[in-house]
Design a protein around this ligand. Sequence first.
Ligand code: ZN
Ligand code: ZN
Length: 587
Amino acid sequence: MSARAWFVAAVAALVATLAASPLAADPATDTAFQRAFGERFFDRYWQLTTDAAIVNGYYRYADSLRVPDAAERATRLEQLDRWLAALGRIDTARLSASLRADWAILDSQFRGERWALTEQRAWQWDPSTYNVATGFAMLLDRTYAPLDERLRTFGKRLANVPAYYAAAKATVATPSREHTQLAIEQNRGALSVFGPELERTLAGSGLAPNERATFTTQLTAARAAIEDYVTWLEALDARLASGAVAPRSFRLGRELYEQKFGFDIQTGVTAEQLYENARAEKARLLQRMGVLADELWPKYFPNLASPDDELVKIGRVIDALSLQHVTRERLVAEVEAQIPELERFVREHDIIDLDPTRPLMVRETPLYERGIAGANVESPGPYDAQAPTYYNVTPLDDLSAEAAESWLREYNRWMLPVLNIHEAIPGHYAQLVYANRSPSLVKSIFGNGAMIEGWAVYSERVMLEAGWEDHKAEAWLIYSKWNLRSVSNTILDYGVHVLGMSEAEVMSMLTREAFQTEQEARDKWKRVSRTSVQLTSYFAGYSAILALRAELQRGRGDAFDLKQFHEQFLSYGNAPVRVIRELMTER
Ligand code: ZN
Ligand code: ZN
């Protein structure tokens, strides 16, 4: 079956299941589903994916590292087939709405994992699949148990590191150079988790001398195994470079791309359709930005004729607006001051109800979590729901004057609120509060990325439409530049992986037609050459939510209530937009 036909058939089957006779919900069916996919299911799932388990705050199997060999893949495949069979025995027509969404999420999760093992086979051509750092680092960083207990768990987990990398070396064949280099870089970085700092932690712990001796022996062996993998990859990379081994292309290709998109995105359109929509949206955005730039030109360049080149003209106005920004010292305080303003605006404009009992706490990002500059919402995992939610803002202390100025120009006086809208209110944070109201482990663990990012991107638009910044041309122009980033991400991801777009074409598109800096464009090229599909999730979710809103507006006319739409949309948790649409449009 072609990728397209396959996708259409899969969607049709699922839509048919979801739409079938929703009136006959039956509590016994709900109970059967919850029994089959409740606590015991998750326990088994985490047993097979101990790294992901640790990331999600489930530590029961943290002392065992799975060895990624052929037997392991066979075990996972067999388990996936058993779960898929169990799903098949559930009469979805008799499930309540929220559980039908859970069923659909699990179904695509299992089929997606199965596809990744049997069709995509990244375990064979992406050496960066193999890296033990994350799980170990989290056992040290997270204080879920006393240090000594965590060190004992860490020590047991070390035992399989040599077998882990031996399996990796036996499995990797014909990788791409990009993924090989990524694996070298990341595994080199992994060594820092097993370095002098850990030795100091061990020395200061309450472990007995014999425990420490065993720990140290295994630590030395683990370090050697990682170093050996890096050396082996370097030799492999040299053979790939010389042509002694033919490298695979990092580009996914049309068929695999469309299939992966089908599992991951789930907004109801194909990758090809989304690409075409993005191109049309980009043309509309640039046209609008041209009009806004004309309006602003005389204000910012009173004595200068505007350039004939539309893109140059837009770029010059954006540059002029970017000079308005906070000082680096004021950044965190400014973000802190904006949160209550956003809350008030959301309330006064009937955008969505915010829970006053769950205020967002703004803080400077803790040192051990600092990576790239910026801001993000840090939410407690589903197994630690009592932990507070923070809005982490990273001060620019570590940046050079030049790098800080570049960051501040990007997140200028007009852009910084858009970042806060996206990350916090009414973006990711508000979405999270709603998702937590109807707790579903399935939805929080396997949440749909396009729905989550799509909501945040959509929320920016809603705020501007409602008159945030009083419909000023400056605000719309800078917002449009930001929005153009999501649109461009889709064009370049599909362009690179399916249509063979070159690095030069990507650089030119992003710097000239999306007004990005050289640095941002270079980073984006790096990201697209190492990942696929994820970059489309922002525009995919955003455009699907806008389409759903338009559909409901047409259907309900004057009775359409924006606030009610937002609250109902978020009430299903992190379900795919396609599934939410089914649930919102059924009668
Ligand atoms: Zn400046
Ligand atoms: Zn986001």
